[in-house]
Design a protein around this ligand. Structure first.
Ligand code: NAD
Ligand code: ZN
Length: 397
């Protein structure tokens, strides 16, 4: 027998830049990023989320004009390509194929760029297409939702859905750069503004107690989406995600645990059950509430800590229950979560606010009781005026 051991290290280094109006002709951010690639002439394909293009009627023209002004450093090989925004683009193979065929048609090479502008779903699709064409074209992401700016768009993964399973296909592929342009958030509906805050609550709970305290203290500002509150929340949340990826020791998740996925086993299942009717962040808020309750029942959280977590989520405007939870097969959902990660079951739980532990066994009847608890809490939260309309109550009067 003869063995040759192969070992090498690859260092990744990419900037996450916060700016406003990245495609204003006077904004140097994108050109500076491209210049860091070290080549005098760079070819790029721009991919835009259909909803972002629809909400900003002059954007496509502005991008083309911006491109005209960047020659010879940057050349856009075609007018921006608009692809369907939202989860639909991850469900169907159309968009991935479209990007691959444009890469082929315009002879993009591995030194070229794909510049993806959109929500987490569009970034995942463009990222998957970029990572698989020629085994990897450079990707610059411009996330346009809160969730994409503070979480989905700053990490090292991409993914598309297949066989009805979320992110069944995907790769680990760090971006060349991320440009978080706050101006894009101006057209985001309230539902999506709110959904992204769930990831900030999540990362605060598992990594940073003082960030949780800040979110709790600023919950009124966040609930009305006040600009300074939102921007500070996004920057700190992105920073904590990046710190975790950079220093957590397992950027490509080769282990069985996924600490950043606190609250996510139930969230992913819920998203599958209701087939895109619920935003990822809305499902995550429910998942956080559920795993916090479970942590409390395991004696890992105090009653006051649980109260603060649920209060924060509710005052931010999240519903902490969805009727589809009644159909959730907890055992099957946990098995599928384990299968996706490989290895033993590992579910992050809270040990106080700001610290997490990994649980390798889950008490399924207890988890079901926690789901029932959330259902009862949701009923109790019904508006008092609505209760007055309760026919039985009216009869009692
Ligand atoms: N790769 C990762 O590491 C990672 C991490 C977390 C989540 N994700 C994925 O991200 C996706 C969720 O991302 P999301 O929350 O950004 O949702 P999304 O991409 O589905 O966007 C939500 C909706 O908002 C629209 N939109 C986007 N930007 C807009 C803007 N500025 N103005 C108006 N409308 C706009 C989209 O077209 C879509 O209809 C999920 O598919 C999830 O699996 C990926
Ligand atoms: Zn998430």
């Amino acid at each position: 027998m003869h063995t040759i051991r192969q070992r090498f290290t690859v260092t990744y280094d990419f900037p996450v830049i916060f700016t406003r109006n990245a495609f204003d002709t006077g904004n140097p951010v994108l050109a500076d990023v491209v210049r860091q690639g070290g080549r005098p002439h760079n070819r790029a394909l721009v991919v835009v989320d259909s909803e972002v293009a629809g909400q900003n009627p002059t954007l496509l023209e502005q991008i083309s004009r911006f491109g005209d002004g960047q020659s010879p450093l940057l050349e856009f090989v075609a007018p921006p390509v608009v692809i369907r925004g939202g989860e639909i683009c991850k469900h169907e193979p159309v968009e991935v194929q479209q990007i691959h065929s444009l890469v082929e048609r315009h002879n993009l090479c591995r030194h070229s760029f794909i510049i993806a502008i959109g929500g987490g779903a569009v970034l995942d699709v463009a990222g998957y297409a970029a990572a698989t064409a020629h085994r990897g074209i450079r990707l610059i992401r411009l996330p346009t939702t809160v969730l994409a700016q503070n979480d989905a768009g700053v990490g090292v993964k991409n993914g598309v859905n297949a066989f009805g399973r979320k992110n069944f296909l995907g790769t680990f592929a760090p971006p060349f750069a991320v440009i978080n342009d706050f101006q894009f958030l101006a057209t985001l509906p309230e539902r999506d503004l709110r959904a992204g805050i769930a990831e900030a609550v999540k990362v605060a709970l598992i990594r940073d107690r003082s960030f949780f305290d800040t979110l709790y203290a600023d919950r009124a500002g966040l609930a009305r989406f006040a600009q300074p509150s939102m921007e500070q929340m996004i920057i700190r949340c992105a920073e904590l995600h990046l710190q975790h990826i950079g220093t957590g020791g397992d950027p490509f998740e080769s282990g069985s645990s996924r600490p950043l996925d606190f609250g996510h086993w139930a969230a992913h299942k819920l998203e599958e059950l209701v087939k895109g009717e619920i935003r990822h962040g809305e499902a995550v808020a429910i998942g956080i509430a559920l795993d916090s309750l479970y942590s409390r029942h395991r004696g890992l959280l105090s009653e006051l800590e649980l109260h603060r977590i649920l209060t924060l989520l509710e005052e931010l405007g999240f519903a902490l229950y969805h009727p589809a939870l009644a159909w959730l097969d907890v055992g099957k959902a946990l098995r599928e979560f384990q299968e996706h990660l490989g290895g033993e079951l590992s579910i992050p739980l809270l040990k106080g606010i700001g610290r997490k532990i990994e649980a390798h066994e889950i008490d399924i009847p207890l988890m079901k009781r926690c789901i029932n608890h959330l259902a009862e809490r949701a009923v109790r939260k019904l508006d008092p005026p609505n209760r007055e309309l309760d026919p039985l109550k009216t009869l009692e009067k």
